[in-house]
Design a protein around this ligand. Structure first.
Ligand code: PDD
Length: 278
């Protein structure tokens, strides 16, 4: 496959970056994952706006205009034949000559973009749902920035994997934050609940789509802090992300969520999302 690196398109197997890159040394960079359906990047403007926000949040000047990013994404997508793709965009603070925690001056950022096939969600995962575990959210206090420093997220995800589960649902001080790589929604008594955006979670693009769809279809929704017990006794639970879309969670910590099957609000949202995606 073809990737973009610092100004040119090259085969991914031939792309090279310096071991002095601050992304490699410090996790000093930000990223985006953008889903593409039928050759069209879904919610591209929102992803580019969040990229700009993440860059500003860690003090890297945006190396490209909105129009330039759009053009790069379109060229990368056109270089691959997959009907659905996930475009990965990463910008790091660049490769210095010495290892120094402090920001270097006048260093060009490293810009990397790559695409992979986006496999459709397996029908049996949608019909049966996936299992999740819960854990204390031990990440830093700027989870609103989409940085490549994902060690805590990787360790938290691995907890789920080691128990044969798909995701780890995180709680901080007794309240729901998000998943290790997803946002989490709760349904109780027919009402859709979502935690308010804050520095403790990533403002998900798919999360926004779900909230818009709920409003459009008259689904009762409350955005408010959600206590851990409310998640454990939820009627329905699902996760959202750019690669998993809307995925039911039907077991949490080895106990069924509600009936143990994807509930009516979850199934409606999956249908609404499928229509919105096109
Ligand atoms: N992750 N929260 C976290 C911590 C995430 O890493 C992600 C996405 C989300 C969902 O955001 P969105 O709907 O904008 O994709 C929430 C991407 C897919 C990843 O790291 O691969």
């Amino acid at each position: 496959s073809i990737c973009y690196l610092n100004g040119g398109f090259v085969p991914r197997s031939e792309a090279r970056i310096s071991p002095m890159d601050r992304g490699f040394l410090f996790g000093d960079g930000v990223y985006e994952v953008i889903p593409v359906y039928g050759g069209r990047a879904f919610r591209l403007d929102a992803h580019l706006a969040r990229l700009q926000r993440s860059l500003a949040g860690i003090g890297i000047a945006n190396p490209h205009s909105h129009a330039e990013w759009t053009d790069l994404v379109q060229r990368l997508v056109a270089a691959h034949h997959w009907p659905a793709q996930a475009v990965y965009v990463q910008v790091t603070r660049g490769a210095d000559t010495v290892r120094n925690h402090a920001f270097p001056h006048d260093l060009p950022p490293t810009v990397f973009m790559t695409a992979d096939a986006l496999a459709p969600i397996a029908p049996e995962q949608l019909e049966r749902g996936v299992s999740a575990v819960s854990a204390a959210d031990n990440r830093w206090l700027r989870c609103d920035l989409k940085t490549t420093a994902l060690l805590a997220n990787c360790l938290l995800r691995q907890l789920a994997v080691e128990q044969g589960c798909a995701e780890t649902v995180l709680f901080r001080d007794g309240f729901l934050t998000e998943g290790s790589a997803s946002n989490i929604f709760v349904v109780r008594d027919g009402v859709l609940l979502a935690p308010p955006k804050s520095h403790l979670m990533l403002p998900g693009i798919t999360c926004d789509v779900v909230l818009e769809l709920a409003a459009k279809h008259g689904q009762a929704t409350e955005v408010r802090e959600i206590r851990e017990e409310e998640v454990h006794s939820a009627d329905e639970l699902w996760l959202t992300s750019s690669t998993k879309e809307v995925l039911p969670i039907t077991r949490l910590d080895d106990k069924p969520v509600g009936s143990g099957r994807p509930g009516p609000v979850t199934r409606a949202m999956i249908d609404w999302f499928r229509q919105a995606r096109i």
